[in-house]
Design a binder for this molecule. Sequence first.
Ligand code: SAM
Ligand code: DTB
Ligand code: SF4
Length: 339
Amino acid sequence: MSMYPTDATTPVCTTPAPWTVAEVEALFTQPWIDVMHRAAQVHRAHWPTDEVELATLLSVKTGGCPENCGYCPQAQSFDTGVQASKLMATEQVLQAARAAQASGATRFCMGAAWRSPNARDLEKMAQTIAAVKALGLETCATLGMLDEEQAQVLQQAGLDYYNHNLDTSASHYTQVVTTRCYQDRLDTLAAVRQAGIKVCCGGIIGLGEEQADRASLIAELARLQPESVPINSLVPVPGTVLARSAPVDPLDFVRVIAICRITMPRARIRLSAGRQQLGEAVQALCFLAGANSIFYGDQLLVTGNPEVQTDQALMRKLGLRPGVSAPAAAAAAPAGAPA
Ligand code: SAM
Ligand code: DTB
Ligand code: SF4
């Protein structure tokens, strides 16, 4: 592992050295309390700790997806009771975006159950993204695989972020999805970066993965340096392959959040799917561990999310406020650097 400069004459290295899987794994074996303490320090060094970003999701094209992601209620091969629908008209999306903005959301994320958008749908999405952006919201979309040309169309339309998750480790991925591979995900993420769109990339905890898979996922995420990192706890949906997965230990989930904060000091770490199962106390620990964003609104894509009033009450109780500060500039020896 490369060292950071120790004296004033050495040029300051601002790019943290990448985390190895072994270094991330070590954070899984250290005492929970110590990892929490370190994560809270990293959080404090880079962000206002009372701030939470509010991002609202809308499923703009639901169900009937040809991919077979084992966790997903929208895969057409699973009988989950989700009704497939066509792509929403721009005006319908705008109604939801205005309502989200009125409730206090600052980012609006549009999800479509596609393997990859076709040319006509991409053009429609570009129009919708431009219209949402014109409301003064940050825009995010998650539409499946993109090549660089498609990413450029979205960037030109005003897309701020593209969400495309790695979900788990490369080796466990083959147990979860067979209609595409990990490299497809990495290729889309590279196309998104190349087009100048900010990267939103995270994963799911609870897919039957081992601790080593969690460490490998986090090391890969830290290498990609996404601006936003959504961490989902599996929402088990009857009819999906993974509906009967063992539930995630809540304190293990909190540790994952802490390790994401330590390894990605300048990323927005978002508590994503599964907050209904976490409850207030575990969410509070997640905020202490460095989470600083939530999906906000009564629905995720097709499953439920805590009600807006419930989230507002929790934020009041914890002294959190909505906000969109940029992270502090990297310190000469970043608090998040490997020890
Ligand atoms: N089709 C696009 C794709 O897969 O990239 C975008 C939509 S997809 C629903 C976005 C993400 O939602 C997935 O990558 C996964 O991380 C998350 N997700 C889907 N179903 C979930 C579930 N049941 N529990 C937790 N997260 C889930
Ligand atoms: C992400 O990481 N989680 C969100 C968003 N990105 C698109 C989706 C969660 C979906 C949960 C199950 C559902 O409602 O479909
Ligand atoms: Fe389709 Fe995305 Fe669901 Fe996979 S996660 S089945 S790609 S909507």
